[in-house]
Design a protein around this ligand. Structure first.
Ligand SMILES: Nc1ncnc2c1ncn2[C@@H]1O[C@H](COP(=O)(O)OP(=O)(O)OP(=O)(O)O)[C@@H](O)[C@H]1O
Ligand SMILES: [Mg+2]
Length: 500
């Protein structure tokens, strides 16, 4: 094949340059230095030896790697690009292509007399393979399962979220051009393009991770890439209970709510765990139900067999062909759904979802961005108004109360932990106000001085007959519900049960 000293030269190596001038030593790394020298016209020039800077005296920059490392990498990388034919390389199996690159890079390192240890050489090899074949410096981050989010703010700064905490990683790109190339590679997989003329792009990695790119001139200080890593082992309610995101009794209440076909809105701030919660809440759904999901970027992983997944479509390069969430929700009403799940309600589709909830598609679910159940109600109101409906506010509120049964509020607390802070019922209207009733709340009691972890507890508010009691009775879940509610009650120091 190629990249071997004696191998076939046809591809993917570029043809050796005509030896009219002294050939670059790396143009054919398979040729020995003597061979290169004898091919050169007389008088034979010294074989070109671009000695790359040694790695040793490196002053580490703030990101952990030395400037010299990047200099060496750039030199070797450029030599590699001169040597190989990338289109031919792309035709190879990834493992074979990686092997070829490793061979050539090793030769370049030798020829260029780069002084580096075996370990450094390995690191460089890996790094360059990632650049040529994969997502460059992002590869090691993408390979880690413990990372929730990757946030790249230009070539120099990459932040990651691990265990709820956001930290600056050691990852760095050579420059913004390399970084943009990688962004381009990511979005081209879903047939999109990102550049100055279309500087905003959503995409998905092959593993399902959600990607957003925003480039200059909109991003003033350089391109920004945000990746919500796809969790292969999706979290289940048991795990949320184990992490303390919900109490055991709270978990049982959530399961019952799902089982008795309440209409549920999961509300929360950005990255608070809404999608995860929606996934968890879908677990108790019966296997024989026809579920239709509508999402901007398909993230939900429902386990039921009868699921139809729909995804919105952004406009094409001519600005045409948009399929909005509203189009999807309206269409799925014609698809005989038994449940509609909307990944995230952001706009006028709120009207269609509420209407679906109101007209026989109970047990539907959706998430929205809001910081409290009360705010979730006003968000729904304003989203409906955004759709240009000239309905009186009261009518909209009545529609909300008639449709939504439960609001589950998720939050990311200041210590990075994610909690379900409220399970709240939409009870009805009092005059012009939508009345809400908390069933379970998370109460913050303090903070551990050593770990900084927030200390708190989930407690019931003393409601023993929630509005969905009749439903629970109908589905035979009322005893379990009564038990879960009773065991969530917390007695205060006087022994009295506390309520809201
Ligand atoms: N209870 C939890 N405990 C620990 N990690 C969690 C919990 N819930 C969610 N996560 C993790 O937090 C990250 C964000 O979760 P998720 O995507 O569900 O949030 P989101 O609110 O839907 O975010 P966005 O607003 O960006 O859509 C994911 O990596 C997820 O695995
Ligand atoms: Mg989400």
């Amino acid at each position: 094949m190629f990249g071997k000293r004696t191998g076939d030269q046809s591809a993917p190596r570029k043809p050796a340059p005509a030896p009219a001038t002294a050939p670059k030593a790396v143009a054919r790394p398979d040729a020995s230095e003597e061979q290169v020298a004898t091919k050169a016209p007389s008088p034979a020039p010294e074989p070109v030896r671009e000695t790359a800077p040694p790695m040793e005296p490196a002053a580490n920059n703030s990101n952990g790697r030395s400037e010299d490392y990047y200099d060496v990498k750039t030199t070797v990388f450029n030599a590699l690009i001169d040597t190989i034919d990338l289109t031919q390389l792309a035709k190879l199996e990834p493992a074979a292509a990686r092997e070829e690159i490793r061979d050539i890079v090793s030769e370049i390192i030798q020829i260029k007399n780069v002084v580096m240890s075996i370990a450094e050489q390995e690191e460089l090899l890996e790094d360059i393979c990632n650049d040529v074949l994969g997502y460059g410096p992002l590869e090691p981050l993408l390979a880690r399962d413990d990372i929730a989010d990757i946030m790249v703010n230009g070539a120099e700064r990459t932040f990651i979220e691990v265990d709820g905490k956001v930290t600056l990683s050691k990852i760095r790109f050579a420059d913004n051009a390399q970084f943009m190339n990688i962004c381009q590679r990511i979005v081209s997989q879903v047939g999109r393009r990102v550049d100055e003329s279309s500087p905003i792009c959503d995409a998905r990695l092959p593993d399902g991770s959600r990607v957003n790119v925003i480039a200059p001139p909109l991003a003033i200080d350089g391109p920004c890439l945000t990746i919500r890593k796809f969790k292969k082992d999706r979290l289940k309610l048991q795990q949320l209970e184990k992490f303390g995101s919900i109490s055991p009794a709270g978990r049982r209440i959530l399961e019952i709510i799902g089982r008795v076909r309440c209409n549920i809105v999961v509300s929360g701030g950005t990255g608070s765990g809404k999608t995860t919660l929606l996934n968890c809440m879908s677990a108790p759904i019966d296997q024989d139900e026809r579920i239709i999901t509508c999402e901007d970027s398909a993230e939900l992983q429902l386990q039921q067999p009868h699921v139809v997944r729909l995804e919105t479509r952004p406009p094409n390069l001519e600005g045409e062909g948009t399929i909005t969430m509203r189009d999807l929700v309206k269409n799925c009403l014609r698809m005989r759904p038994e449940r509609i799940i909307v990944g995230e309600v952001r706009g006028p589709e709120a009207f269609d979802l509420l209407q679906a909830m109101n007209t026989g598609h109970d047990a539907s679910m959706g998430t929205l961005h809001a910081n409290s159940p009360r705010e979730a109600i006003s968000r729904m109101e304003s989203m409906i108004m955004m759709g240009g409906y000239t309905l009186p506010t009261n009518t909209i509120r009545e529609m909300i109360t008639g449709s939504v049964d439960i609001i589950v509020q998720a939050a990311r607390l200041r210590d990075g932990s994610r909690k379900i802070t409220h399970i709240t019922e939409v009870v009805g209207m009092e005059e012009e106000v939508v009345t809400l009733q908390n069933i379970l709340v998370y109460e913050i009691l303090g903070q551990d001085e050593n770990t900084g972890k927030i200390i708190g507890r989930h407690r019931s508010t003393g409601i023993s007959r929630p509005r969905f009691w009749d439903r629970a009775e109908y589905y035979g879940e009322h005893h379990a519900l009564a038990e879960a509610l009773a065991s969530s009650e917390v007695a205060d120091s006087d022994g009295a049960v506390m309520g809201d």
